[in-house]
Design a protein around this ligand. Structure first.
Ligand code: NAD
Length: 339
C-alpha cells in the first residue's frame, strides 16, 4: 500500500519516546504524507529529548497516555481516527524483568490487550478505503524464540516460541494475543520480530551505551559470564526504516523477522567499542592504557540465552528491505554520537 498525495496517513506510534519508537517517529515524519501521534506514558525509558528534531513539526503530536489506561486509549482512537497503529510501548529490559516481572506483564500483555480491544472497536467503525487501509502493527523481539542451539541455525518466522526471561515471555504472550485478535476478530494485524538494536538515544542500562559511558567515566565495564553470548546487532535506524516499510506495504496476517546479519559475541562488541574509544580518546581516566583494561567479568544473568540470530530473507524478498549499516559503520556512528 502506498500513501497517495491526496491522503495523509495517520499513524499512532505507542512508545514513541523510547529508543526504537523515537527512531520510528523521526523516520515516519520523513514521509510527507504521514502524520504521527506519539502516545507514551514516559516511564524511566521514555525521553522526549530524543524527539527534539520533531518538536513543532506540523505532522507530529504527542499525548501522554498509559496503554494500561483503557478509557484514555478509547478517547485517543475516537479523536485521532488512525489508519495504522505501530505498537512499540513496552517494558524492555531483561534484567528489570527478572527483578520485577509484574510491570512487564501489565504493560506488555494487558497494555497490548487494551490496544487490541480499542483497535477493534475503531476498526469496526470504519468503512470503505479507511477500513481497507487499517493496520495494527505489533513490534516484537527475537527473544520470543529463546536460545538458538548450534551455530548454523537461524530464527525463521515459523520457529516455535520458547521464551526464557519474564520479558521474553511477556512479549511472546503479546504476540499470541495479536495473532489471536487477527484470527478471531479479523483485525488486520502484522507482527515483526527483531534482533538486538543499537544506536543513538539508547537508554544507558543496555550493553552498548553502558559500555561506552562506563569507559568514558573510567568505571569497570561489567560483562555477564564469559561474554560468549551471541546477538545479531541491527542499527536502530535500519530497524525503523524496516518498520515503516512493513506498516505501509506489509501483508496482513504476516510475520516478518528483522535482523542485521551481524552475529557477534558480547565480549567482541565490548572490545570493539574499547578499540574505537582508544583511537578517539588519548587521555584516559584511572591510569589505564586501553579502555579494555576496564572489562570485568561478573556472575551471569539467570536464564541467559547464549545465541540469537535472525533469518531476514523473507522481508528482503517480499518487501525489498535490507540493512544499510554493518556493525563496523554503525558502532562507529554510535560511539561518536555518545561522545
Ligand atoms: P524502550 O524501553 O527504550 O522504550 C519503551 C517506551 O515505551 C518508553 O518510551 C516508555 O516510556 C514507553 N512505555 C512503557 N510503558 C508504557 C505504557 N504503559 N504506556 C505507554 N508507554 C509506555 O524500548 P525499545 O528498546 O525502544 O523497544 C521498543 C519495542 O521494540 C519494545 O516493544 C521491544 O520489545 C521491541 N524490541 C526492542 C529491541 C531492542 O533491541 N531494544 C529489539 C527488538 C524488539
Amino acid at each position: 500500500m502506498h500513501t497517495g498525495d491526496e491522503y495523509r496517513m495517520k499513524i499512532i506510534v505507542t512508545g514513541g519516546a523510547g529508543f526504537i519508537g523515537s527512531s520510528v517517529v523521526r523516520e515516519a515524519l520523513l514521509h510527507k504524507d504521514v502524520e504521527v501521534l506519539n502516545i507514551d506514558c514516559l516511564t524511566y525509558a521514555g525521553n522526549l529529548n530524543s524527539l527534539d528534531s520533531c518538536r513543532g513539526h506540523k505532522n507530529y503530536s504527542f499525548d501522554k497516555v498509559d496503554i494500561c489506561d483503557r478509557e484514555k486509549l478509547h478517547h485517543v482512537f475516537a479523536r485521532y481516527q488512525p489508519d495504522i497503529v505501530m505498537h512499540l510501548a513496552a517494558e524492555s529490559h531483561v534484567d528489570r524483568s527478572i527483578d520485577s516481572p509484574g510491570v512487564f506483564l501489565n504493560t506488555n500483555i494487558l497494555g497490548t490487550f487494551n490496544l487490541l480491544e480499542e483497535a477493534c472497536i475503531h476498526f469496526k467503525s470504519l468503512s470503505g478505503a479507511k477500513r481497507e487501509k487499517f493496520r495494527f502493527h505489533h513490534i516484537s523481539t527475537d527473544e520470543v524464540y529463546g536460545d538458538l542451539a548450534g551455530t548454523n541455525n537461524l530464527f525463521t518466522e515459523e520457529m516455535a516460541y520458547s521464551p526464557s526471561s519474564p520479558y521474553a515471555a511477556s512479549k511472546a504472550a503479546s504476540d499470541h494475543l495479536v495473532r489471536a485478535w487477527g484470527r478471531t476478530y479479523d483485525l488486520p494485524i502484522i507482527v515483526t520480530n527483531c534482533s538486538n538494536n543499537y544506536g543513538p538515544y539508547h537508554f544507558p542500562e543496555k550493553l552498548i551505551p553502558h559500555t561506552i559511558l562506563n569507559a568514558l567515566s573510567g568505571k569497570e565495564i561489567p560483562i555477564y559470564g564469559s561474554g560468549n553470548q551471541i546477538r545479531d546487532w541491527l542499527y536502530v535506524d535500519d530497524h525503523a526504516r524496516a518498520l515503516m516499510i512493513v506498516a505501509l506495504d506489509g501483508k496482513v496476517g504476516e510475520t516478518y523477522n528483522i535482523g542485521g546479519n551481524n552475529e557477534i559475541q558480547n565480549i567482541e562488541v565490548v572490545k570493539k567499542i574499547c578499540n574505537i574509544l582508544d583511537g578517539l580518546i588519548s587521555k584516559k581516566m584511572n591510569d589505564i592504557t586501553s579502555f579494555s583494561g576496564l572489562i570485568t567479568f561478573v556472575k551471569d544473568r539467570p536464564g541467559h540465552d547464549v545465541r540469537y540470530a535472525i533469518n531476514a530473507k523473507k522481508i528482503k524478498k517480499d518487501l525489498g528491505w535490507e540493512p544499510i549499516e554493518n556493525f563496523e559503520t554503525g558502532i562507529l556512528k554510535t560511539v561518536k554520537w555518545y561522545l
